[in-house]
Design a protein around this ligand. Structure first.
Ligand code: NAD
Ligand code: DAU
Length: 350
């Protein structure tokens, strides 16, 4: 009998890399990928493993309590890796309720289903909640987020993620539910929906459209290649300590405008356009409300306790990412047709 593992949000950006890693690495597991396929979920991300015998895709919503309870009864999941979420800060500013529903209520529905199935019999079970560094709020020009930095979320997205983290922890304290949480910095890489900075700008450069830089462009993020995040998730799932949280980061801080200029140079190079062509597309636009100035992670706990560190340099990761988008133009065309256009017009008022 294979061990049934539930991965939620596995058709999304990070989730698809996690599903691929688990399906390929663990033939002894049966991986169930539960995803409601919102605009951000895309089964094209998993074409290479969709026929694997240790993999099943289930379309469903984590907020649907009856459905989720029935799924847990059917598969008796021993482990849950929970990534399903509304994940884009800008969308949380225009539709905060959708974020509360999926990110808070959805997480609680999963926690309840897990508790209902295993109460008083936790041996070998694990609920792994994937979270974000944004729960810590913003840093000034110096300092790093550690696992003990107080929560101080500023956007509806980060408030909903912070709330879900608290519920996971509370289920651990109150019911003994064996959980682990990781808080990760900004991911980039193949399969990221082109609403987030790097894939949006790659898409716009290909199409010679304006590159909308929020505010003065001096905001700082700590970037991690998505495959390195998936590797960390595998490690924490198998070796992390129960009732612990781990920060995951890239040791790789960039001010947005500096990153954008490097991206422009690499794109000009790869597209055979004269140097400086893409930089001319940079357009400063209205700032994001409540925009966090700087995120930066102290990832020494996961490094010292589990031996994890990023393996892909930013230069290499960015180059691989651009190459992936340039050779997956059909993927890009599919996800940017239809409702993407409506979102884009509204967000950037063009
Ligand atoms: P994503 O938006 O690309 O994917 C989210 C997935 O969840 C999609 O496939 C979507 O269809 C699915 N989903 C959404 N609502 C659902 C629902 N109600 N029921 C079932 N499925 C639903 O997100 P991502 O960037 O891959 O992020 C995955 C997780 O990692 C999120 O929890 C996010 O908060 C966290 N995270 C992301 C980053 C980042 O830089 N992208 C960094 C740290 C943490
Ligand atoms: O830190 C982890 C978080 O990183 C994750 O939890 C989120 O799910 C993920 O979306 C990401 O949040 P950010 O808000 O940092 O990512 P985003 O790509 O939206 O923006 C990165 C920076 O670029 C930020 O300072 C805002 C800026 N930006 C973004 C967009 C989309 C622009 O200047 N212009 C843009 O059009």
């Amino acid at each position: 009998m294979k061990k049934n593992i539930l991965i939620t949000g596995g058709a999304g950006f990070i989730g698809s890399h996690v599903v691929r890693l688990f399906v390929n690495k663990y033939p002894e597991y049966h991986v169930v990928n539960l995803d409601s396929l919102t605009y951000a979920g895309n089964l094209e991300n998993l074409k290479d493993i969709e026929k694997a015998t240790n993999y099943t895709f289930v379309k469903g919503d984590i907020t649907d309590e009856a459905f989720i309870n029935q799924l847990f009864e059917q598969y008796h999941f021993e482990g849950v890796i929970h990534l399903a979420a509304e994940s884009h800060v800008d969308r949380s500013i225009t539709d905060p309720l959708a974020f509360a529903k999926t990110n808070i209520l959805g997480t609680m529905v999963l926690l309840n289903a897990f508790k209902k199935l295993w109460t008083n019999n936790w041996t070998g079970k694990r609920f792994y909640h994937i979270s974000t560094d944004e729960v810590y709020g913003t840093l000034g020009e110096t300092g790093l987020f550690t696992e003990t930095t107080p929560y101080d979320p500023n956007s509806p997205y980060s408030a909903s993620k912070a709330s879900s983290d608290h519920f996971v922890r509370a289920y651990g304290e109150t019911y003994g539910l064996p959980y682990v949480i990781t808080n990760c910095s900004n991911n980039y890489g193949p399969n990221q929906f082109p609403e987030k900075l790097i894939p949006l700008f790659i898409h716009n450069i290909i199409n010679q459209k304006a590159l909308p830089v929020y505010g003065d462009g001096k905001y700082t993020r700590d970037w991690l290649y998505v495959v390195d995040h998936a590797v960390a998730i595998n490690l924490v799932y198998h070796q992390g300590k129960n009732h612990e949280t781990y920060n995951i980061g890239g040791f790789n801080e960039w001010q947005n405008i500096d990153l954008i200029k490097v991206l422009c140079q690499q794109m000009d190079n790869k597209l055979g356009r004269p140097e400086g062509t893409s930089e001319q597309l940079i357009t400063y636009v209205k700032d994001r409300p409540g925009h966090d100035l700087r995120y930066a992670i102290d990832a020494s706990k996961i490094n010292q306790e589990l031996g994890w560190k990023p393996s892909v340099s930013f230069e290499e990761g960015l180059s691989k990412t651009i190459d992936w988008y340039l050779s997956n133009t059909e993927w890009l065309a599919h996800v940017t047709s239809g409702t993407y256009q409506e979102y884009y017009q509204k967000q950037y008022k063009q």
